[in-house]
Write a new protein. Structure first.
Ligand code: BG6
Ligand code: MG
Length: 216
């Protein structure tokens, strides 16, 4: 089995349990606009930037808004979201993540974060993982949202590895596509029905050992 040189982790829904908080905040905005919005619709927003998420919600309602109005909505969404995540602690790290990070370290596999979220630094600090990664690329540092591979390519480049030497861990369709578009191997974390394009899919990182890298 050949081991990767590095793993690049998505943040929301892979390292931390922020998916419900994003959903609650977007639901409040959609309700305000009378746009029907449920958890299935929310699946389409996972991994994509804040502005693109707002555009997708408007499209679901067949609406158009100016850039200034979009900013007003996204600012309001973020205020609701930040209020929820500001209460996060180490307990909000998803099951198996800490052991998985330890296992990678023991096998000399570097770790990075590749997230669309501009709140990445706040979240990693809140859960005590701000010093745990070789590099962190977040939504403040990229121009193109997933499924563009920019965020992962930047992470690999900063660590000095080729995409083919890195494995991406993702819970979002857009993120799996971003990994594949960048020529990375990808482990989906979630439902096989949703993440079927990934090279492998696990329900979560609980009890995931080094064997995950075989036949990737
Ligand atoms: C991604 C989330 O990680 O970050 C998306 O999956 C979110 O749901 C995106 O829209 C941007 O996040 P933020 O924190 O910058 O609004
Ligand atoms: Mg995610």
């Amino acid at each position: 089995m050949s081991l990767p040189k590095a793993c690049i982790f998505d943040l929301d829904g892979v390292i931390v349990d922020t998916v419900p908080a994003h959903y609650i905040a977007w639901k409040a905005i959609a309700d305000e606009l009378d746009i029907p919005f449920n958890e299935e619709n929310n699946e389409q927003l996972k991994g994509v930037s804040r502005t693109e998420s707002m555009r997708r919600i408007l499209a679901m309602g067949g609406m158009e808004k100016s850039d200034a109005e979009i900013t007003t909505f996204t600012d309001r969404k973020n205020a609701i979201y930040v209020d929820i995540i500001s209460k996060m602690t180490r307990d909000d790290i998803l099951p198996g993540v800490l052991d998985f990070l330890e296992m990678l370290k023991a096998n000399n596999i570097a770790v990075a974060v590749g997230s669309s979220s501009k709140n990445t630094p706040t979240i990693l600090k809140a859960v005590g993982l701000d010093q745990a990664f070789a590099t962190i690329v977040d939504g403040n540092q990229v121009t193109h949202s997933k499924p563009d591979p920019e965020v992962f390519l930047k992470g690999a480049d900063r660590m000095g590895f080729a995409p083919t030497e890195c494995v991406v861990l993702e819970d979002a369709i857009s993120g799996v596509e971003a990994a594949l578009n960048g020529n990375f191997k990808c482990i989906g974390v979630g439902e096989p029905d949703v993440l079927g394009k990934a090279h492998k899919v696990v329900p979560n990182l609980k009890n995931v050992d080094i064997e995950i890298f075989s036949d990737l």
